[in-house]
Design a protein around this ligand. Structure first.
Ligand SMILES: [Zn+2]
Ligand SMILES: [Zn+2]
Length: 350
């Protein structure tokens, strides 16, 4: 088994990220089989399945359940070499287990392209490091992730496409006019976006493109505090992972907009301490409040105090129906602000 880590023995939750492009049939039956096993092992998390494969991050409550889940996945999909990218968490990064059936297991807007089974210009973390350090002048390193992921951590010298979602990536490349023979290095969180991204680049005529095998999670595991700077955004309640693959101590999720936040404010309405993002810290009413609700109330009645209405990350207390969305923040008694696995922030009723 290829496995990037042995989880720390003190962890409360053992987390792993994995994907595979393969032809999958009878997705409804697969869904119920996965749900049954997850219930048996008390696995929480999200797995997206479709005719092109599966893509997942899950958390297990014990090392035994963790090992059993991985073995089950390897056997069930007949993938003895499946690449698991492990990390840990003290708190549960997911509230429930969810299987979603989708046309694409990573949203690119081009469902017809399917990565080949063989390796397609993958660089191991060691090869990636060598190219970054020795070919600095000749290469373009491109972050294929969204702008808010780039913002809290990326590779030295990486270009920021400044996209809201991955479906905008092909257009970004088209607009750049990069010479077709330029050596390009692309990367993402766990590798899956690049599997499709590289096909798009090859379609556009770029043949000198390389992708980071296993993404940032795999790289940090082997080379912490090296060419990757900052933290790696993840789509669960941990928000980001630091250079030791531990949940971020620096970032929360901004209660106003759902993006990573690091600026501490004490709410003028309810006196709660909260982390808000740089953008919202420059906006009147938002910069002084802990939630959309408090911002609204503070704007109407600047001299009145009110009760705390936002309970970031205390999701356990919420009765969410069909919670497919992570991470999320309660912004009023009836609404939750959530970032879904495609990186889109939306308000949902609960
Ligand atoms: Zn914000
Ligand atoms: Zn408040």
């Amino acid at each position: 088994m290829r496995n990037t880590s042995s989880a720390a023995v003190t962890a409360n939750y053992y987390v792993t990220t994995f994907y595979k492009f393969l032809r999958l049939e009878e997705t409804l039956r697969v869904k119920s089989d996965l749900e049954a096993k997850a219930e048996e092992l008390n696995i929480k998390g999200l797995i997206i399945i479709g005719s092109e494969g599966f893509n997942s991050t899950i958390a297990a409550p014990s090392e035994i359940a963790f090992a059993n889940w991985k073995k089950f996945i390897q056997d069930y999909f007949n993938q003895p070499d499946l690449f698991f990218k492990d990390s840990t968490s003290d708190k549960t990064p997911f509230r429930r287990f969810k299987v979603k059936i989708r046309e694409e297991i990573v949203t690119t807007g081009i469902p017809e392209i399917m990565p080949p089974d063989c390796k397609n210009h993958h660089l191991s973390p060691a090869e990636w490091n060598r190219v970054m350090k020795e070919e600095t002048e000749e290469i373009a390193i491109i972050d294929t992730r969204n702008w808010y992921e780039y913002k809290i951590g990326t590779f030295k010298g990486a270009l920021n496409p400044n996209i809201e979602k991955f479906t905008d990536f092909p257009e970004y490349i088209e607009s750049q006019g990069i010479p077709k023979d330029k050596k390009m290095l692309i990367f993402c969180t766990g590798g899956i976006r690049c599997e499709k991204g590289i096909l798009e680049l090859q379609k556009q005529g770029y043949d000198n493109v390389y992708q980071l095998d296993g993404g940032i999670l795999n790289y940090i595991k082997e080379f912490p505090n090296d060419q990757f700077e900052g933290e790696c955004f993840v789509f669960d309640h941990r928000v980001a992972l630091d250079q030791n693959l531990q949940p971020s101590k620096q970032y929360g999720l901004c209660p106003h907009c759902g993006q990573p936040s690091e600026i501490k404010v004490t709410c003028k309405r309810c006196d709660t301490d909260e982390l808000i993002c740089v953008e919202c810290s420059e906006v009147e009413f938002k910069k002084e409040t802990c939630s959309k609700n408090c911002a609204h109330q503070f704007q109407l009645h600047p001299d009145r105090k009110g009760p705390r209405q936002v309970v970031p990350f205390e999701i356990e207390k919420l009765k969410l129906s069909g919670a497919e969305l992570v991470p999320m923040i309660q912004v009023s008694k009836t609404k939750v602000l959530a970032v879904n696995e495609r990186g889109e922030a939306r308000v949902h009723r609960i």
